[in-house]
Design a protein around this ligand. Sequence first.
Ligand code: GDP
Ligand code: MG
Length: 319
Amino acid sequence: MVADYGRSIWHDAIVNNSARPSRKLKIMVFVPCYNEEVYIGSVVLRSKYYTDDVVVIDDGSCDKTAEVAQLAGAHVIRHEVNKGKGAGIKNAFAYAKKADADILVLMDGDGQHNPDEIPLLIKPIISGEADIVNGSRFLVKDSHNVPKYRRFGQGVLNVLTNVVSRHKFTDSQSGFRAFSRNTFDCFSFMQTGMGIESEMLIEAARANLQVKEVQINVRYDVSGSTLNPLVHGVSVAGSIVKTLFQQNYTVTCGFCGVLLLLLGTTGFSFLAIEPYDLSRNLLIGITSVSMLSIILGILCVFTLLTTSARETGQVAGQR
Ligand SMILES: Nc1nc2c(ncn2[C@@H]2O[C@H](COP(=O)(O)OP(=O)(O)O)[C@@H](O)[C@H]2O)c(=O)[nH]1
Ligand SMILES: [Mg+2]
C-alpha cells in the first residue's frame, strides 16, 4: 500500500487551490538519464503516481534504460549519442513547451530523489509563491545525510554560483527542481553538461525570477554518480566561470583589456631589454603587436569602466 503522504499534499495543492481553480494543471516530470537501467523503472513508476506525463530523456545510454523506462510507462526521448545532461534538459524544456505544460519537474534517474516529494516541489508554484522551486539538500542545517567530501565540494560550487548570480542558493547542484511555464523561455542552455544546474540558477537570478528552496531528502545508498566527484566538481567549477564570461559583457571586456594591456607591456619591456639582437622584421612585428595590444587594452578598459558606470547608474535608478 502506497503512503498517502504525497497524494494528500498533491490533492491540497491542486484541488483545494482557490487561486487557479479553472482547469486541471498539466504537470510533466522529466528525467534526464544516462545508463540508469537499474533504477529508472522504479523512478518512472513512482512518479506516475503523481502524473501521467513522465518523460525520460535517454542520452545515448549503452544499457537498457530506454526499454525499461518505456515498459514502466514513460514516454522516451532518445539521443543517438551522448550529448550531456544540459542537452537533455534543453530538450525537456522544448518538449514541455510544445506539450503546453504548466509545470515542468526535473528529477534524476538514479533513484537518489524521492518522487513522493514532487508535490512539495510544485506546491509553491501552484500557490503563486515561486516561479522556480529548487529542491535543496542543505536548507535545514544538519538534516542531511550527504557524505562530508561531497558537502565540501558542493559548498565550493555554491559559493561560486552565489558570487556569479549574486543570490543565495543553498544547493546549486540539485537535480530536483520545478519550473512554472513562465520560465520556459528564460534559459539559454549554453552548458551542455553538468554545469547546467548552476547556469540555470544564475540565469533565473538575473531574470529576477522568484526562486524558492524546499528541503528534500537525497539517498546515498544507491549508486549515485556517473562521474568521479573530483572530475565532476572541477568541470562544474570551470563551467560556472565560463557562464560568467559568456553572460557578462563587463567581465569579459575587462578581462580581455587587462590581458591585452599585459601583452602589450610585456612586448615593450622585451624590446627595451634586448633591442639590438633582433632582426628588423621581428622588431617591427613586436612593436606593431605591442602598440595594437596597448591601444585595444586601453579601449577595453575604457569600455569596462563606462559599462560599469552605466550598470551602477541603472541599479541606482531602479532603487
Ligand atoms: N542526459 C544526460 N543525463 C546524464 C548524463 N550523465 C548523467 N546523467 C544523469 O544526470 C543525473 C545526475 O547524474 P549523477 O551522475 O547521479 O550526478 P550526481 O548525483 O550529482 O553525482 C542522473 O539521472 C544521470 O543519469 C549525461 O551525459 N546525459
Ligand atoms: Mg546522482
